[in-house]
Design a binder for this molecule. Structure first.
Ligand SMILES: [Fe+2]
Length: 241
C-alpha cells in the first residue's frame, strides 16, 4: 500500500512508473503496482476514465456507490460503510428515555446558554454494521430539522482483533473511532483516537467531525447504535404544536 509519511513524493514514482530509480528497497510487487497506477493515470488523462485493459476495475464514486480503490498488492476495491439501518421504530420508550436523559445531562453539564432557550427532540436512531476493509469517512451530523444537536454512539459488538496495523504501529488506527477538532494549537487537542469496548457510549455535538478507520483480518462485525437529538428553539417547538 502507498503510504506517504516516511518519504514525500513517493506517489509520483508510482504514477510515472519509475520506482527503482532511487529510494527504498523496491520489491517486485512495487513494480507491478507502479505499472497499474501508471495505466490508471494515463487512461484518465486520455479519456476521463481510469479503467482499461489489464487493470482492476475502479468503480465510479457516487452518493449511491461509495466503493474506493486501495492501491495495495493486490489492488482492492472496498466498500464505504453501507449497512446503516434505521431503528427508531424498534426502540422501546424506556430506551428512548435513557438516551434523552444522557443528552439532557450533556446539555446541563455544558453550561450552554441554549439550556434556557432551547429544548431537545430525539431524531433518528440507526445501526451501523462494519466489516473488514470497510470504513466510515470523516463526517458530521445534522437532521432535516436542525443543524444544531447532539449525536451519540453506543458500541454493541467489536471484533476480537482489528488485525495488523498497516500505517503506524506506535499509534494504531485500524478500526479506531477518531474525533477531529478544528484547532491545531500546541496547547489544544485536535484529534482523539479511541478503540472503544462493547458498552462504551459517547455523546458529542453534531458539528464534531469524526470517522472510523478500516480494519482487517477478521470476519466479525463492528456494530454500533447511533442516535441523533436535535436542539430546537423552544419558540419554534411551541409554534409547531
Ligand atoms: Fe457519525
Amino acid at each position: 500500500m502507498i503510504v506517504c509519511c516516511f518519504y514525500y513524493c513517493i506517489v509520483v514514482k508510482f504514477v510515472f512508473n519509475n520506482v527503482g530509480n532511487f529510494g527504498p528497497d523496491w520489491e517486485p510487487k512495487d513494480y507491478e503496482l507502479a505499472k497499474s497506477i501508471s495505466k490508471y493515470w494515463t487512461n484518465f488523462a486520455k479519456s476521463g476514465d481510469p479503467n482499461g485493459i489489464d487493470i482492476v476495475n475502479w468503480p465510479r464514486f457516487t452518493n449511491g456507490n461509495k466503493e474506493t480503490q486501495i492501491f495495495d498488492s493486490p489492488i482492492k476495491t472496498v466498500n464505504g460503510i453501507k449497512k446503516e439501518k434505521l431503528v427508531n421504530h424498534l426502540l422501546r420508550d424506556e430506551i428512548k428515555g435513557t438516551f434523552m436523559m444522557c443528552f439532557q445531562e450533556y446539555m446541563n453539564r455544558s453550561g450552554s446558554v441554549l439550556v434556557k432557550t432551547h429544548q431537545l427532540s430525539l431524531d433518528n436512531a440507526w445501526i451501523n454494521d462494519m466489516y473488514a476493509t470497510e470504513y466510515n469517512p470523516a463526517h458530521f451530523h445534522a437532521s432535516k430539522n436542525s443543524l444544531v444537536g447532539l449525536s451519540s454512539v453506543l458500541f454493541m459488538k467489536t471484533p476480537d482483533s482489528y488485525g495488523e496495523e498497516i500505517t503506524n504501529h506506535h499509534e494504531p488506527a485500524n478500526g479506531h473511532l477518531e474525533f477531529i477538532g478544528g484547532a491545531q494549537h500546541s496547547l489544544s487537542m485536535s484529534q482523539i483516537r479511541l478503540s472503544p469496548k462493547v458498552g462504551d457510549f459517547f455523546v458529542f455535538p453534531y458539528t464534531l467531525v469524526h470517522g472510523v478507520y478500516p480494519f482487517y483480518g477478521t470476519d466479525q462485525v463492528r456494530r454500533t447504535l447511533s442516535y441523533n437529538c436535535d436542539i430546537l428553539p423552544k419558540v419554534l417547538v411551541k409554534e409547531a404544536k
